[in-house]
Structures are given as C-alpha cells and as structure tokens.
Design a binder for this molecule. Structure first.
Ligand SMILES: Nc1ncnc2c1ncn2[C@@H]1O[C@H](COP(=O)(O)OP(=O)(O)OP(=O)(O)O)[C@@H](O)[C@H]1O
Length: 466
C-alpha cells in the first residue's frame, strides 16, 4: 500500500445497485474503488493494476467454481479478500475459509459492518496473507530461538511457528484447532506474548466452565441487584481482556444462545453488563481453541458460521504428536530436563526407551508425554530411564492403537482416528472400571479433557462401573 495513495479496493458483484452504492460509500470513506460485474473482469483488473483489497460476491458470472477466490488467493495471496454474498451456502462458505479469506459478510450488510471489515482487512500487513515458501534451515533456527517455549523441529511445527511469527504482532483473530494436549493453549499464550498487547492481560475464558445461564454475567459483568444473588457489582471477563487478548478455550462447546451474544460483542467491540443501560467499549484480540472440527460443527448447524468466520481469520491446525516425527524425542528430553530441575538429579534415557516413545501413537499427545516422563523419573532409581519404567499401556497398547501395515485401510484418516479414539476410550474405561481419575491419569488427560472426549463419543463412564 502506498503511503500517499488511498487504499485501492476492487469490488466484484453482479448486482448493479449494490455495486454502485458500495463503491460510492467506500469512496466517501476515502478509498479508491474499482467496480466490476463479473469474475473474469476482476481477474483482468488484478493482472493489470495493484490493489490492496478485494470485495467479492460469490454468485456472479464467471464464478461458478469460485474462480475469483481460487485465483485471487493463489496468484495474489498478499491481497486480502472479503466475501460479501446474498446467497450463503455452506460448501462455498467452507471453501472460502479454507482458501484463507479475511471475512465473510451476508447481504444486506450494514454499512458500518462493511466499513469495519474493510478497515480490519487493510490493517493486516500483507505478509500475513503470503504463503510461506519452504522454510530454510537458517529461518528454522531463528524461529526456534524466537519461540523457546515451543519445543520441536519437525516440518509441521516449523510451519506453525512461521505463521505465529507472521501474525503475532497483527490484531487478527486466530482459531487454533487440534486434538487434546497438542499445545493449543501454549500457542495461544505465545501469540499474546509476541503481540503488541503482551504487557496487557492474557485472559483465559474456559467455555466449558461457564453455565449457559450465567454466560452474560460472567462474560459481560453485572451490577449489584441485577438478579437474585448479584450482591456486588462484578466486572466481566471481557472487560479484564480490554487492551489484551481474550483466549476462549473450547469455543466449540459454546451453546447457541451464548454464540450469538459473543458474536455481537466481537462485531461491535462492546457489550452491556447485565443490569446496566450503558455499553462498555473494549479493544480486545480474540484467540480461540477447540479440539472439535469446527467446520463440521458449522455444517451440522451446531456452530454459527458467522462466528466461525469472525474468529478464524487465521486458522492454525496443530498436528497430533504422532505426526511430528522426532519431536517426540526433543519433547521427552525437554520434559526430562524440566522435571530434573526440580530434583537436581541427573538422568538420561536408554536408547530402547526412546525407541518405545517414538513408536507409541500418543492419543493424549504432548500432555500424555509429559506425564509419562514425570512418572518415569519418579520411578527410576539408577541414572538411566529404562524401558521398564514406561507404563504398560505404552509398551503394549491395545491392538487398535498399534500400527498394523497389513490391515486394509478403510474410510478416511479422520474416521480411522475417530474409531481408534473410541476403541481406546472404551478399553480404557473398561480397564479402570469407569473411574475417571484413574483413566485420565493413564491417558495423560485432565479429568475435564477426558469428560469432553467421552461426551464427543457419547460414552458414559457409568456404564463401565460394576
Ligand atoms: N511445543 C511444546 N513444547 C513444550 N511443551 C508443550 C508444547 N506443546 C504443549 N506443551 C505442554 O503440553 C501440555 C499440554 O498443552 P496445552 O494445554 O497447550 O494443550 P491443549 O491442546 O490446549 O490441550 P486441551 O485441548 O486438552 O486443552 C502443557 O503442559 C504444555 O505446557
């Protein structure tokens, strides 16, 4: 973007009235707009002239297969793209978010919302949208130095650190997904620590811990006497996140009514505490995490699409530990060092122990690995951690957790993982006769984490108790 020139916006839409009024309104707001009525013309313009932003309709001539989105994102990845559509459809919405659009607005769109979205998109440095080429060894070591809390050197982790590095200082909202224990909270905290908001609060908001009936009061606060039991004025969690980062953990668990209240607060950057008449303005960055597949939740109608787009401007998917190669060893060494720091002892892994750690499939991911190392250190009497100090469940995992190359691969990878997880959980509960604490301990999960997984698979621990 040139400093003297106003930002240039390309608007592509086949509704003449919308095209004309949007162009006029944005010009009035100080932008330089070029309006075209079909995808082909938009692509020609992009080839010929520089732009800072694309506003694109979905249903317009030449865009049957979302050509403008595909070409726009692959040929001009540095130009943010906002979809504005009158005919929302779930597949196109999901495809849009996959391609990395900046926002998804539904017509009729309020002028203030459009303007806010345009300003937000233009405030994001273009490098955020540029896909990284493969990361060089030098860049790798620089990333490792910049993020010492995130241990690992595998290619998938390096890609994540590269994204974190590019987005941390911007104000974009981030959605972090991944299985339980993959490090979502660690990544969220790291984004905050490397942001311009690092001196302010990193406010964790655990969506599973807020009863639906208290959502507004906990999030937005309340005044004394607003409802029975409101004996004092209470500031809400969002106010505590003002100027800082609000981290919504387990956002996928948020009930529908709470989703709309949160969406409104995010869209307007303000909310009204319960019992008050005046709204409170906030300046907060939103980072969210979930181990659910939010896209499927949106398709199934359980999660609002508009909230999903608003939160997931940047989507970081953390790989499970089993897909991170030798990171297992690096993390094991890291947790060994951490554990020994407390005791002052000196210990090392036997080569066979490391081999077993490498071979295991880690359903509880990094949290499970951390627990296994702490347990092994506690059990080891000599100077070497032998394989025998590893839990039996790790050395002889249930058949469904072993890698069997002779088996016929059925279904998608996601289905296979879901099945394996289901089998693992039922075997685990059977072994511990429905005792959640013991089962969670073995799986390397928190009790809450295990409850969530059981809910996901509709498994009741009570069925395993005698
Ligand atoms: N890359 C990493 N380097 C070092 N420690 C890590 C890393 N990732 C995660 N951990 C550690 O693993 C444990 C689990 O991480 P975290 O709580 O961030 O996972 P999560 O994905 O948020 O889990 P859940 O979905 O159950 O809330 C924590 O003790 C964390 O410190």
């Amino acid at each position: 973007m040139s400093e003297k020139q106003p930002p240039r916006i390309l608007i592509a839409d086949d509704e003449p009235l919308y095209l004309k009024t949007t162009g006029q309104l944005l010009r009035k707001a100080g932008f330089d707009c070029v309006c075209v009525s079909h995808a082909g013309a938009a692509i020609e313009k992009l080839e010929a002239e520089p732009f800072d932003l694309i506003l694109s309709d979905l249903n317009m001539p030449g865009n049957l297969k979302l050509e403008l989105l595909h070409q726009g994102r692959s040929n001009w990845p540095h130009i943010p793209l906002i979809v504005v559509t009158g005919v929302p459809s779930m597949p196109s919405a999901i495809e849009s978010i996959r391609l990395g659009i900046t926002d998804y607005l539904l017509k009729p769109v309020k002028y203030e919302d459009l303007l806010a979205s345009v300003r937000r998109a233009l405030a994001i440095p273009s490098r955020v949208f540029q896909r990284s080429e493969s990361i060089t060894a030098r860049e790798q070591s620089e990333l490792a130095k910049r993020f010492p809390n995130i241990v690992g050197a595998s290619a998938p982790l390096m890609e994540i650190l590269d994204i974190v590095d590019r987005i941390a200082e911007t104000d974009v909202n981030v959605l972090i997904t991944g299985e339980s224990g993959t490090g979502k909270e660690v990544v969220a905290q790291t984004i905050h620590e490397h942001s311009l908001r690092s001196k302010e609060n990193f406010q964790i908001i655990d969506c599973t811990a807020i009863p639906e009936s208290l959502f507004e009061s906990v999030l937005f606060g309340h005044v004394k006497g607003a409802f029975t039991g409101a004996v004092n004025d209470q500031e809400g969690l969002l106010k505590l996140a003002d100027k800082g980062t609000a981290f919504f953990d387990e956002i996928g668990e948020l009930p529908a009514a709470s989703q709309s209240k949160l969406l409104r607060a995010i869209q307007e950057s303000r909310f009204t505490p319960v019992g008050k008449s005046q709204a409170v303005q906030i300046d907060t960055r939103f980072v969210c995490a979930t181990n659910r597949k939010l896209e499927s939740e949106v398709s199934a109608g359980r999660f609002r699409g508009d909230l999903y787009y608003r939160l997931g401007v940047i989507h970081i998917e953390l790989p499970p530990l089993r897909d991170r190669g030798d990171d297992v060893v690096l993390l094991a060494e890291h947790f060994l060092k951490l554990t020994l720091k407390k005791s002052g002892r000196e210990l090392q892994f036997a080569p066979e122990t490391l081999e077993s750690l490498r071979e295991y499939s880690w359903p509880g991911n990094i949290r499970e690995l951390k627990n296994v190392i702490e347990r092994a250190v506690a059990l080891t009497r000599g100077e070497t951690i032998e394989k025998t100090e590893l839990p039996e469940s790790l050395l002889n995992p249930p058949a469904n957790l072993q890698h069997d190359s002779s088996g016929v691969a059925e279904g998608s990878r996601d289905e296979a993982i879901e099945n394996a997880e289901y089998q693992y959980l039922t075997a685990l509960l059977e072994k511990h006769e429905g005792n959640i604490s013991q089962a969670a301990q073995q799986a390397g999960l928190s009790r809450q984490g295990l409850h969530k997984l059981l809910n996901k698979h509709n498994i009741s621990a009570a069925d395993f108790r005698s």
